[in-house]
Write a new protein. Structure first.
Length: 183
């Protein structure tokens, strides 16, 4: 199947206002959104869920740790690259980003607990053990954050799977932080 990287002009009519707003907000039209626009409901759902996740109790750095950890778990090179760049803009500690990219422990114990929990939720499809949940909560997180991690996993699963299926090409803006899973 062919999944075009649409422009505002070539996208389905229902997706055009959303793409125009995204282009204005980002300063360019990310390829992921251009691909998603083939299914306007997917595009709208993804962006809506993203805004909702941004309103969670997790800090910007914590949200990026979740999004990177899930993208790493799902082997999504596109999303790992994009969220590496976003994490840099949001002042996520560079050692945390490097650790996730390299699949090693984050030096900050609380962020490491978050990384481990988010990865486990994605890997185990939500069937995390009581011990994993207890370790996450022992790091200072509560039931609200447990469920907000589920929200982040859902958000990233949408973009990871879309990218895998459509083979979304990496945007030029993210080439400097391109990621590939080690063989």
């Amino acid at each position: 199947m062919n999944y075009p990287v649409n422009t505002i002009e070539t996208a389905p009519e229902a997706a055009r206002p959303t793409l125009a707003a995204a282009q204005k907000g980002f300063g360019f039209l990310p390829n992921l959104l251009a691909v998603m626009s083939t299914a306007p409901a997917l595009l709208e759902g993804y962006l809506t869920l993203s805004r909702i996740f941004d309103g969670s109790s997790l800090s910007a750095a914590e949200r990026q740790v979740v999004l990177l950890a899930v993208s790493r778990e799902n082997g999504c090179a596109y999303c790992m690259s994009v969220h590496t760049a976003i994490a840099g803009m949001q002042k996520v500690p560079s050692d945390a980003v490097a650790a996730i990219r390299g699949d090693t422990a984050i030096p900050d114990a609380k962020l490491e607990a978050l990384r481990r929990f988010a990865s486990s939720v994605a890997r185990e499809r939500g069937w995390v053990s009581e011990a994993e949940t207890a370790a996450f909560q022992a790091a200072g997180y509560g039931p609200q954050q447990v469920l907000e991690v589920v929200l982040g996993v859902g958000l990233k699963t949408i973009s990871n799977y879309t990218t895998h299926i459509a083979k979304t090409p990496l945007d030029t803006a993210f080439l400097s932080v391109q990621w590939a899973e080690a063989a």
